[in-house]
Design a protein around this ligand. Structure first.
Ligand SMILES: C[S@@+](CC[C@H](N)C(=O)[O-])C[C@H]1O[C@@H](n2cnc3c(N)ncnc32)[C@H](O)[C@@H]1O
Length: 449
């Protein structure tokens, strides 16, 4: 027999009062700023706002927990006259987030304790960007929860949504089944955690979670952090999504997936995970997959990868909100450091293939076509696509060619596509962009092959 929704709601709230998530300490704000990858305004602008940044932007963090996204968004909003509202069920979680905001002297954050399903009455916005990460799969009716978020989204706004993924959570589901049998619903939270710790320490090598944890780091981390342990293995309510189910969740709220994106601070998810060509080299087999509708291709990629534990994506009402390099007035720019060093290496070694890898382990191979380095060097964050193409026609590799501008356009399109799969390059609208944070952690290393 399953517990009624109201009992589960109460159990969810109790969990986050006892174990606010993630475990954070306000004093750490003096030492570092956490930068949840989904919440970089540069990426939100590229994928949700056609490369622009709204004036005095308004952000909502729904189920913001102890405040990672709230703090990062509020820091970025500071110089833009923007504000952040965090809504969360749990008073304890809000308390931690509030202390973190105070420690940073942020006065552009508002907190509302309540259910995100009621956000339209509690904190109606509207909002230019809504972050909702790791929350709707814990609510009684996730479809309704996403609709509630959509109802407070400003025209032209974007949502960053993260939900659990089906296949990658198989080992987790095994353990949840085990604990559901072992721990009756009336078991107190401290006892739950104690028993789960005993069980994790006793798992046989054949167990799915142990097999998935080759270096032992996951289980070690869970043993050290009851907040993480409770959230991952003991949560009173959760569901998960395959790629097609995720698309359906989004579509029933009148939204579309603009792009999948990175979620974890140290990599581990990004939009390239959803491309079958990243797993299949056999061209015949690949052609068979590529003949399918895009959602089916992504669904196959999810199974091929096999270990995507969550889906994180930008959602928009109209996919025309995504900036593209075909909009020649937009300005391409480097979202990560070191792009100019890659350009220089390419320019010095025309014709030599080059491998470029970022600190998260994402990598590409460039064939080193003549002129590629010159075009990459022209991407200086100031020139528009149009200006880059015009300047490219004077590059030694292209000058004098009858169709130089078309050759340059083809090369720029291919280059941008390649570098944009890991967000190394993004686009912005000219004039409208104040300086915004780049990912300083994603250093590129280029090696001649
Ligand atoms: C797993 S934590 C995620 C926290 C944060 N979004 C993050 O990614 O670090 C889930 C959070 O959602 C909150 N929550 C769960 N159900 C909620 C609901 N119906 N309305 C508002 N908050 C909710 C919990 O209190 C908890 O703080």
């Amino acid at each position: 027999m399953t517990a009624p929704d109201s009992d589960r709601d109460a159990a969810v709230q109790r969990q986050y009062e006892d174990y606010p998530y993630p475990h954070r300490v306000a004093a750490d704000e003096a030492m570092r700023l956490l930068t949840p990858p989904m919440d970089y305004l540069a990426k939100i602008s590229h994928y949700g706002w056609r490369g622009a940044i709204p004036a005095n932007p308004r952000f909502l963090v729904a189920g913001g927990g102890t405040g990672d996204s709230t703090i990062f968004l509020a820091e970025q909003a500071r110089t833009l006259g923007g504000t952040v509202t965090q809504i969360d069920l749990s008073a304890a979680s809000i308390g931690v987030a509030q202390a973190r905001a105070q420690a940073r002297g942020l006065n552009n954050v508002h907190f509302v304790q309540g259910r995100l399903e009621e956000v339209a009455t509690l904190a109606p916005g509207p909002y230019d960007y809504i972050n909702c990460a790791g929350v709707v799969h814990h609510t009684a009716d996730p479809d309704l929860s996403v609709r509630a978020l959509a109802s407070v989204l400003a025209p032209g706004g974007a949502i960053g949504l993260m939900v659990y993924a089906h296949y990658g959570r198989t080992p987790t589901r095994h353990m949840r089944d085990l604990f559901a049998r072992l721990l009756p619903p009336d078991t107190g939270n401290a006892v739950r955690v104690g028993v789960a710790q005993q069980m994790l320490a006793a798992l046989p090598p054949t167990n799915a979670l142990r097999r998935a944890d080759a270096d032992g780091g996951l289980i070690k981390g869970l043993l050290a952090d009851p907040h993480e342990l409770y959230d991952l293995l003991l949560h009173p309510r959760e569901c998960d999504y395959t790629v097609p189910q995720f698309h359906a969740l989004v579509a029933q709220a009148g939204l579309s997936i603009a792009s999948f994106t990175q979620f974890f601070l140290d990599g581990g998810t990004n939009k390239s995970f959803y491309r079958a060509e990243n797993y299949i080299q056999d061209q015949g087999l690949l052609a068979r997959i590529k003949a399918l509708p895009e959602i089916e291709q992504q669904a196959i990629a999810e199974v091929l990868h096999g270990n995507i534990t969550l889906h994180s994506a930008y959602l928009v009402r109209d996919v025309a909100a995504v900036a593209t390099v075909r909009q020649t007035g937009l300005v391409p720019y480097a979202f990560v450091p070191d792009i100019q060093a890659v350009a220089a290496l390419l320019e010095q070694n025309p014709g030599r293939p080059l491998q470029v890898v970022d600190s998260y382990g994402n990598g590409i191979t460039l064939q080193g076509q003549p002129g590629l380095g010159g075009i990459l060097a022209l991407i200086d964050g100031r020139r528009s696509v149009h200006e880059i193409l015009t300047a490219a026609t004077s590059l030694p590799a292209l000058a004098g060619q009858p169709n130089a501008i078309h050759t340059a356009a083809g090369a720029l399109l291919a280059l941008f596509d390649l570098f944009n799969q890991f967000d190394w390059l993004l686009l912005r609208a000219p004039h409208s962009h104040p300086p915004i944070a780049q990912d300083q952690h994603a250093h590129l290393t280029a090696t001649l092959l």
